[in-house]
Ligand binder design. Structure first.
Ligand SMILES: NC(=O)c1ccc[n+]([C@@H]2O[C@H](COP(=O)([O-])OP(=O)(O)OC[C@H]3O[C@@H](n4cnc5c(N)ncnc54)[C@H](OP(=O)(O)O)[C@@H]3O)[C@@H](O)[C@H]2O)c1
Length: 278
């Protein structure tokens, strides 16, 4: 954080406060003694992207807002929701927006433009795949079970530590010079999913297999597990587009906003292993 005497008294609203990045943003703001309003469907302040009646009470009196969209910016609802949300935030007197976005998705780019051109000073954090998808999200069970199955080949992805995202978000929420900026954040190394799985196995001292399956088989498996059709199609689109090679490059976004190198995937794996995640 560049300005530890930030004068804002109005609470920072964190949407997705129980999530991988939102929770970390909350922790950092609170450790700095800043007022925080935690929001999500199950947080103290109820906020639900699918129920617009919850937006105004959450926004009223808030200063800066950390915006994480659910289920994903690639969802067909995202642009309409973000348009309405920015209007509601402006009406509520919000003075800063920081949007968590994803790389290489046309829908995410459209949402970024909505936020950047909406009349409230805004910053975008356009992020690569989170390293914590392996330890705090949908890949965790495969790692625990000793076999990770995905319709993904040898493409390299620069997995990004959610701690780096949270540091960047807090800087964008509290620092100066970030208005209108898009920071493209990646980790420091390209790793295939097989590489990443093997690194976790090395940290744990046991073999974890990575198996590539055809997309149709993976789709069928999700449906058989009871995942809804709409959500399944969204996941398939997300996997297909974000991992087709278009994002197979590194950026210096973490250095640009934080003035330091991004954390390595192996650091995240070691931390998660120490916490007994797997
Ligand atoms: N994961 C990645 O690798 C990645 C990479 C780039 C960008 N992103 C973007 O990051 C965002 C967050 O995704 P994530 O998968 O990492 O999730 P996450 O932030 O770890 O967790 C979901 C959070 O959203 C809340 N939430 C769920 N449904 C909600 C709803 N309908 N309304 C309000 N809050 C809701 C959850 O809390 P409650 O259950 O209490 O509501 C939780 O706080 C997405 O927009 C995604 O596009 C993700």
């Amino acid at each position: 954080m560049t300005n530890t005497t930030f004068p804002q008294q109005r609470p920072f609203l964190v949407i997705g406060a129980t999530g991988k990045t939102g929770g970390r943003v909350v922790d950092r703001l609170e450790r700095s003694g800043l007022p925080v309003r935690r929001a999500s469907r199950t947080s103290t302040t109820i906020f639900d992207w699918t129920d617009r009646s919850t937006w105004k009470p959450a926004l009223d009196g808030a200063g800066a807002v950390y915006v994480t969209y659910q289920p994903d910016l690639i969802a067909p609802t995202s642009t309409a929701d973000l348009t309405a949300f920015v209007a509601a935030a402006e009406e509520a007197g919000v003075d800063r927006l920081v949007l968590l976005s994803g790389r290489g998705e046309p829908e995410a780019l459209a949402c970024e433009q909505i936020v950047l051109t909406g009349g409230i000073p805004a910053t975008v954090l356009r992020c690569s795949w989170f390293a914590q998808n392996f330890s705090e999200a949908f890949l965790v069970d495969g790692i625990r079970g000793g076999e990770l199955v995905l319709p993904v080949g040898s493409v390299g992805e620069p997995f990004l530590d959610a701690d780096d995202i949270a540091d960047a978000a807090v800087e964008a929420l509290t620092g100066t010079g970030h208005t209108g900026r898009v920071y493209e954040l990646t980790g420091p190394r390209l790793l295939s999913f097989a590489d990443a799985t093997a690194e976790i196995g090395e940290v744990l001292g046991r073999d974890i297999a990575f198996v590539t399956v055809p997309a149709d088989d993976y789709r069928a498996a999700l449906l058989a597990e009871g995942v809804g059709e709409e959500f399944t199609e969204m996941v398939m689109t997300l996997l297909r587009t974000s991992l087709d090679g278009r994002n197979e490059f590194l950026t210096d976004g973490v250095r640009e906003i934080l003035g330091r190198e991004p954390n390595d995937f192996s650091d995240v794996a070691k931390r998660a292993a120490l916490q007994g995640v797997w």
